[in-house]
Design a protein around this ligand. Structure first.
Ligand code: APR
Length: 252
C-alpha cells in the first residue's frame, strides 16, 4: 500500500480531525510564504522586523504600506484546490476543525465552516489603541491617508493598523483556548504548510500528539512537526489534498 493511501485511510478514519494550516497552504495560490524573500520594493526588509509592535511604533507608515502591499497580493490571488479539498472533507468526516495561522481568509471564503483564526485577518483594520474594546474593528475603505496611517475615526487619536497578530503580541485568548481544547480532543491532526517555528501555534500538534492523536503532515520540506508526524507527504498541499480526498471518496 502506498504512503498516500495509508495517509488517506488515516484521515478517512478520523472521528475528530483537526487541521493546522500555515503559509504553505496558500503558497500555490501565489501568496509568498512569510519567510520567502520579498520581491521588488520590499526586498530590503525583513518581514520579521516589519510585523512587530516596535516596527509600527517606530515607523507606522512603513508598516501600514507593507500591509497594503500584502493585502493587494491577497486580493489578486484566489484559494487553491487544497482549500477546496478541505471543504470537501467536511462531507466525508464527522468533524473537521481548521486552525489557521494564515490571515488571508481563504478557508472561510471557500466555505470551511469551522475555522479558528489564530493570527487575525489581513482584510480588517483596527484601532491601534483598541479604543472601543479589543479588537476595535474599523472599516477603512472610505478613509484616506498620506504620510501616516489613517486615524481611528472613533478616538481620532490612534492610528489604524491591520487586525493581525504581530510577533511578540499575544494571540486572541478565546481562539487560542479553543484551539488548544480541540487539539486535546482530536484523534487525528493534519498539519499543512507550516515551518512550526512560531509559538504558540507550533505547540498545538505536540499537544494533540501527547494526548494520543495521530499526527500527519503535508509539507515539501521537513519542519519541526516532522519528528512526531506518522507520515509526511512531501509535496504541495494544492496537489496532495485533492488526491487524498479522492482516495477517501473511493473507499467511502
Ligand atoms: N504546500 C505545503 N507546504 C508548503 C508549500 C506548499 N505548496 N510551500 C511551502 N510550504 C511549507 C514550507 O516548507 C514551510 O515549512 O510551508 C511552510 C511555510 O513556513 P513559514 O513561512 O514559516 O509560515 P508559517 O509556519 O505559517 O509561519 C507562521 O509566522 O510569520 C508568522 O504570522 C506569520 O502566520 C505566520 C506564522
Amino acid at each position: 500500500m502506498s504512503d498516500l493511501q495509508t495517509f488517506a485511510d488515516m484521515i478517512g478514519g478520523a472521528k475528530r480531525l483537526v487541521v493546522l494550516t500555515g503559509a504553505g497552504m496558500s503558497q500555490e495560490s501565489g501568496i509568498p510564504t512569510f519567510r520567502d524573500a520579498l520581491e521588488g520594493l520590499w526586498a530590503q526588509y525583513d518581514p520579521m522586523e516589519l510585523a512587530t509592535p516596535d516596527a509600527f511604533a517606530n515607523n507606522p507608515k512603513l508598516v501600514w504600506d507593507w500591509y497594503q502591499f500584502r493585502r493587494e497580493i491577497v486580493n489578486k490571488t484566489t484559494p487553491n484546490p487544497g482549500h477546496y479539498a478541505l471543504v470537501e472533507l467536511e462531507a466525508l468526516l464527522p468533524q473537521v476543525i481548521i486552525i489557521t495561522q494564515n490571515v488571508d481568509g481563504f478557508h472561510q471564503l471557500v466555505g470551511s465552516r469551522d475555522v479558528i483564526c489564530l493570527h487575525g485577518n489581513i482584510q480588517q483594520d483596527k484601532c491601534a489603541g483598541n479604543c472601543q474594546g479589543d479588537p476595535t474593528i474599523v472599516d477603512s475603505s472610505q478613509l484616506t491617508w498620506d504620510d501616516a496611517p489613517p486615524l481611528c475615526p472613533h478616538c481620532n487619536r490612534n492610528y489604524l493598523r491591520p487586525n493581525v497578530v504581530w510577533f511578540r503580541e499575544l494571540l486572541p485568548t478565546a481562539e487560542l483556548e479553543r484551539a488548544q481544547q480541540v487539539c486535546l480532543e482530536a484523534d487525528v491532526m493534519l498539519v499543512i504548510g507550516t515551518s512550526g517555528v512560531v509559538y504558540p501555534a507550533a505547540q498545538l500538534p505536540f499537544l494533540a500528539y501527547r494526548s494520543g492523536a495521530k499526527v500527519l503532515e503535508i509539507n515539501p520540506s521537513r519542519s519541526t512537526i516532522s519528528e512526531i508526524a506518522e507520515i509526511r507527504v512531501a509535496g504541495g498541499s494544492g496537489e496532495a489534498l485533492p488526491q487524498v480526498v479522492k482516495l477517501i471518496r473511493e473507499k467511502a
